[in-house]
Design a protein around this ligand. Sequence first.
Ligand SMILES: [Zn+2]
Length: 153
Amino acid sequence: MTTAPTRETVWSVLRTVPDPEIPVLSLVDLGVIREVAVEAGVAKVGITPTYSGCPATAVIKSDVRAALELAGLTASVYDVLSPPWTTAWITPEGCEKLRQYGIAPPQPATEVPACPLCGSHYTELLSEFGSTPCKSMHRCCACLEPFDRFKCI
Ligand SMILES: [Zn+2]
């Protein structure tokens, strides 16, 4: 008889599931995993979608289910719609991974983003929409490097 999964088992599997849009971030880093429970051997995972209409949400749910099943767990994945996800839920480790990946972490829109490469605040907005609707596109005026920034919500 196999041992019943624990919440810690489920969390450790979830930490290995990458965000489909930013693979350097795990879903745990992204802060979308809201609830984890194990009931009668079934791993129950509540996920809050990121930006509404972000096509990644469906991918995230099927990735979570697949990762848990691969680990031998029966999974039940459901939406937690309230409170809505905010970029403030991205963990400090997640923000650091974003910076290393070349994406400016979210911050209040009134603040000029710092270039993730050289750290200069002398940057300009190129477009409200970057590689995905969740990000805006900027360019550093110091090193001329373009970069994406996570929109703060
Ligand atoms: Zn720069």
